[in-house]
Design a protein around this ligand. Structure first.
Ligand SMILES: Nc1ncnc2c1ncn2[C@@H]1O[C@H](COP(=O)(O)OP(=O)(O)OP(=O)(O)O)[C@@H](O)[C@H]1O
Length: 407
């Protein structure tokens, strides 16, 4: 029994490791599969169907091999378990036969009784080993679920408050942040946007501009320093109420595979049809929508694939307008628009920002010259600030950017 138990535990542990490898391969294969499908257009642009199918094939082969190895090991295990039981029952039977024939008190009747008991023990023994093996296997299969349950969820502090309804200032106090350990993206960033003020953030690509709004909306937490709105550390404000008060138009626009109206109405599910249309007009997309036979019921396709970049951007602007937020974040909000359309909605965007505390991130400096103040971010630090005129007079980084832009 000891030999059987030790062998069973040892074999099951090895089988568990092989099962873990199978699950790992399954995960990798699934991720390659969805990566190729999500990027199907890029695959086609580069005529890389063969390359992708070979890449996927390699992962499928690896999965097949690992699965096969685990199954073969499982069979070997069953064979070993049965063999151990068979060997020991045979030895016990031979010993009993020897005892019966050697003329001791052990009679032929005892022998038959003994072997009957032995046979009855055989199956429970084997089943015990089988149950242990299946239990270990189930544990491995459930590991992914446990990992999923262990994923950190966005949890607010118990004493988290709602963001006050009135507009207030936003302050970054010596904020330090990096996505990983090795690189600091924001290094002691310090600034205040006063209530009702429009502030623009400019700087080279990768300097950390979008990171600032991700921190502001608590998609990531600052590592040092703090961010305050209305004098409250945003860690003490519930994420839901924080995000409810921000209207965002970002570079990466995500649309639902539904109608244009559904996507605009996302800004305010309760809005009337008239309000949806007003917001669409302000975002210069109403005429485009009604030019379709299905009008506001036109389907936008998966991720808005049936719309151009500029149209998606205008849908996103319309939904931000409809939300009527206290605070506005524009991250390259008009980057995908041609000059004429940009001009058409720039006034509306300015109007939207006018009565609200706004942060505008832009590459095209001409879109932020009207801002009350402009911060220049370079290598994670704010190196200059002032209005357009003041910054030009400084003849520093902003001046160089402006000169470059005008060229
Ligand atoms: N989720 C992430 N994980 C790791 N690094 C990231 C992540 N998002 C951004 N980064 C890195 O952080 C740095 C700052 O990115 P961020 O998007 O804030 O720059 P940006 O100034 O907005 O750039 P751009 O003007 O090109 O949009 C970049 O070097 C980028 O590679």
């Amino acid at each position: 029994m000891v030999v059987y138990t030790v062998a069973n535990v040892w074999l099951s542990n090895r089988h568990t490791k092989l099962r873990e490898k199978v699950l790992e391969a399954e995960k990798e294969t699934g991720s390659i599969q969805s990566d190729s499908i999500n990027n199907h257009q890029t695959v086609k642009y580069f005529a890389a169907e063969k390359h992708e199918s070979e890449r996927y094939g390699k992962y499928v082969d690896e999965l097949k091999n690992r699965d096969f190895a685990a199954d073969v090991y499982g069979l070997k295990m069953t064979f070993s378990q049965r063999s151990i039981i068979d060997v020991f029952t045979s030895i016990a039977t031979l010993l009993a036969a020897y005892a019966a024939f050697s003329g001791n008190d052990f009679t032929a009747g005892d022998f038959i009784l003994f072997t009957t008991y032995l046979v009855q023990l055989y199956n429970p023994f084997y089943n015990l080993g089988y149950a242990y093996r299946e239990f270990k296997k189930a544990l491995v299969d459930m590991k992914q679920m446990f990992e999923f349950l262990d994923e950190e969820v966005e949890q607010d502090d118990e004493d988290a408050q709602d963001l006050p309804e009135n507009q207030c200032s936003i302050t970054f106090n010596k904020v330090k942040f990096g996505y990983g350990e090795e690189k600091l993206i924001l290094d002691e960033v310090d600034f205040t946007i006063n209530a009702g003020e429009t502030v623009a953030l400019v700087g080279p690509s990768g300097s950390g501009k979008s990171t600032i709004y991700r921190l502001l909306l608590r998609f990531f937490e600052v590592q040092e320093g703090s961010i305050e709105i209305c004098g409250l550390n945003i860690r003490k404000i519930s994420r839901k109420s924080l995000r409810k008060h921000f209207g965002i138009v970002s570079q990466d626009i995500e649309l639902f595979n539904d109608t244009i109206e559904y996507n605009i109405r996302y800004g305010d599910i309760e809005a009337s049809q008239e309000q949806v249309e007003e917001a669409s007009k302000a975002a210069a997309i109403h005429d485009f929508i009604i030019s379709h036979s299905d009008g506001y019921n036109t389907q936008v396709g998966q991720k808005g694939i049936k719309l151009s970049g500029g149209e998606k951007q205008r849908v996103s602007i319309a939904r931000a307008i409809l939300k009527k937020p206290q605070y506005i974040l524009l991250d390259e909000a008009t980057s995908a628009l041609d000059n004429q359309t940009e001009k058409a909605i720039q006034d509306n965007l300015n109007e939207l920002c006018k009565s609200r505390t706004s942060l505008i991130i832009a590459h095209r400096l001409t879109t932020v010259t009207h801002a009350d103040r402009i911060f220049v971010l370079e290598k994670g630090k704010i190196v200059e600030s002032g209005n357009h005129k003041e910054l030009l007079e400084m003849k520093g980084v902003y001046y160089d950017m402006w000169e470059q832009h005008n060229k």
